[in-house]
Design a protein around this ligand. Sequence first.
Ligand SMILES: CC(C)(COP(=O)(O)OP(=O)(O)OC[C@H]1O[C@@H](n2cnc3c(N)ncnc32)[C@H](O[C@H]2O[C@H](COP(=O)(O)OP(=O)(O)OP(=O)(O)O)[C@@H](O)[C@H]2O)[C@@H]1O)[C@@H](O)C(=O)NCCC(=O)NCCS
Ligand SMILES: Nc1ncnc2[nH]cnc12
Length: 282
Amino acid sequence: MRALKLHELSLAERLADMAVDALIDEADLSPKPALVDRRGNGAHSDLHLGLMHASALSLWPMFKEMADAALDIGEVGLPLREALGRLGREGEQAMLATTNGVNTHRGAIWALGLLTAAAALEPQSAHASAVTLKAAKLALLNDRYAPQPMSHGAHVAQRYGARGAREEAQLGFPSVLQRGLPQLHKSRRQNAGEQNARLDALLAIMTELADTCVLYRAGLEGQHAMQRGAQAVLEAGGSATLAGRRQLHELDQQLLALNASPGGAADLLAACLFIDRLDGAL
Ligand SMILES: CC(C)(COP(=O)(O)OP(=O)(O)OC[C@H]1O[C@@H](n2cnc3c(N)ncnc32)[C@H](O[C@H]2O[C@H](COP(=O)(O)OP(=O)(O)OP(=O)(O)O)[C@@H](O)[C@H]2O)[C@@H]1O)[C@@H](O)C(=O)NCCC(=O)NCCS
Ligand SMILES: Nc1ncnc2[nH]cnc12
């Protein structure tokens, strides 16, 4: 007789688990330049690792509801886009209640919310390019109920013409598909070790990203320091090599001196880890 399982997880529950796991893996990964990790708070006075974990866990019900909404509605269109917008705004409130008002995962709610819904729409073909394409189609739809606050991203878009989180999703997450994932796979093939491969993926994302968190805090000088410094680590051989580690330390020091925290790149690494896990898992 088949052993009785007390609770088989639904597809939506499994997707929510994967999204939260990706956020926790991102937070734990160390040493990340100027970001919160196991070593400390990076360039943040109001964040710490415990808060990142609590924030990630507070988002589980939201990710599950987003996946359930995709399963119920069943197709890309305005009803799903607006359901996700409403759930995303409620998720942001849950996050802020958990963190006492600190923005820990706004960008991650956006990116992983879209990707979770996209994966739920067609679980049998949940491969990187199919999922990011569906997420992009969702991001291109205009949520009529979305408020238009003067966010840091909007401020930076006005000042530098930078493409932020919205455009990254609308373009199908090029930082993940063209930089993060290929580097993750390449570093794994080179036996860099899983943590080093993930660090290399983060650095590859940083090489070309217009991270609106960095731009808001440290302007173009911060963006150049992030992009060039990340490139230097990879050119030196990546995080698994001594020369790469020296460059990584240099990048950490530079970004800390500029108070430039690449929070957008961190969110995109979480998106990358989520998509990496999806392949064949549903
Ligand atoms: C459409 C939205 C993405 C809103 O976008 P917008 O650009 O207007 O808003 P922001 O809040 O400024 O930015 C969104 C967050 O996205 C991350 N990010 C930044 N650059 C990029 C990029 N190029 N690509 C992808 N993602 C990017 C980043 O998130 C991380 O940083 C957060 C900390 O940022 P900040 O508050 O600026 O923090 P500090 O500098 O520390 O502030 P101070 O201490 O100095 O005050 C951290 O949370 C990371 O997550 C950007 O913050 C979308 O968010 C939206 O419409 N939301 C409304 C709800 C909704 O509809 N959701 C839909 C769910 S599907
Ligand atoms: N590890 C991290 N440190 C700072 N901001 C972040 N936003 C998302 N992940 C982050």
